[in-house]
Write a protein that binds this ligand. Structure first.
Ligand code: 13P
Length: 333
């Protein structure tokens, strides 16, 4: 199989009607925060138990086509001693891996962020591939203020995402390209639209410069939303109209799938917004790659207790099913 065939096969398995991606790639710091909210200590064993719970949930393969994992998970096993990436693969779910090394301030550019992790990336990707990963994720983060993100942040982050994507494709790994424009702040829907338009325009320009094959990427963007402290809320229909307008302007039709992040929306809002976007026609498959919007109800049901595993898995299956319906524009509240 050529590298191009390998990439194409992964795309076809991941981008399917009625299915989306589960993001379970929280860093140690983030998972510790999620566990603290239910008074569970973030030990290696608790993280293993929790992620095994997610991945062994009966029936999720009908709605979940890929799972983004954190490095540690690739070495962990289920209760019956099967490596977790193998648990996914056996169910027809593509195992993936987050490979960026997190974000920090962009030097000399107050309020802007930059993502780390290009050094040694090819070697890390090779290793993750030998452990079963067939796609990867890299997240750029943009904060909105009156003057952020600056044009410097927009170009520097686009360059990093494009270089990461090229390394992935050279190794036969599908890159998820994730520009997260944060929901924090009191900006309007129109301001968010303006930022996402500028960010995505620059990213596709950089992907082109770096010879990245658009048919073999998945875009994981933010929805166009008013900031969480803005005085006016937007309906799912308004969000869908604003998001699709920006995406038609910036995302070539060659991109097979757009899988939104949930970015702090409630599980119900994330599903309703996705559904509204799928009511009309679009050139790409519009789906989900949710972390919190899939996992919040699971954590609430689980509470770290073995006797709650069944209820927690039911909670995951329910959100996966509803988001699968939203991908088809068939979700009913
Ligand atoms: P949320 O859906 O919780 O935003 O997480 C998705 C993700 O992978 C962020 O990088």
């Amino acid at each position: 199989m050529t590298i191009a065939d390998e990439l194409q096969a992964t795309i076809e398995q991941m981008v399917q009607p009625g299915k989306g991606i589960l993001a379970a790639d929280e860093s140690h710091l983030t998972i510790a925060k999620r566990f603290a909210a239910i008074k569970v200590e973030s030990t290696e064993e608790n993280r293993r138990v929790y992620r095994a719970l997610l991945f062994t949930t009966p029936g999720i393969e009908d709605y979940i086509s890929g799972v983004i994992q954190f490095e540690e998970t690739l070495d962990q096993t289920s209760d019956d001693d099967i490596l977790l990436p193998e648990v996914l693969a056996r169910r027809g779910i593509v195992p993936g891996i987050k490979v960026d090394k997190g974000k920090g301030p962009l030097a000399l550019s107050p309020g802007d962020l930059i993502t780390y992790g290009l050094d040694g990336l090819a070697e890390r990707l090779q290793h993750c591939k030998s452990q079963g990963a067939r796609f990867a994720k890299w997240r750029d983060v943009y904060q909105i203020s009156g003057h952020n993100p600056t044009s410097l942040a927009i170009s520097a982050n686009a360059e990093m995402l494009a270089r990461y994507s090229a390394v992935c494709q050279e190794l036969g790994i599908v890159p998820i390209v994730e520009p997260e424009v944060l929901i924090d702040g009191d900006h309007s829907l129109a301001r968010c639209a303006e930022v996402i338009e500028a960010v995505q325009k620059e990213i596709f320009h950089a992907l082109h410069r770096h010879h990245v094959v658009l048919e073999h990427i998945i875009l994981k963007p933010s929805m166009v939303l008013p900031g969480k402290d803005h005085s006016v809320r937007a309906s799912p229909e308004e969000i869908a109209v604003a998001t699709l307008r920006v995406f038609r302007r910036t995302v070539p039709a060659a991109v097979p799938g757009i899988n939104f992040l949930s970015g702090g929306l409630s599980p119900e809002q994330a599903t309703a917004n996705l559904n509204a976007m799928n009511v009309g026609d679009a050139p790409w498959l519009l789906s989900f790659s949710y972390g919190r919007a899939l996992q919040q109800p699971v954590l609430q049901a689980w509470q770290g207790k073995a006797e709650n595993v069944g209820a927690a898995q039911q909670a995951l299956l329910k959100r996966a099913r509803l988001n699968g319906a939203a991908q088809r524009g068939e979700y009913q509240e």
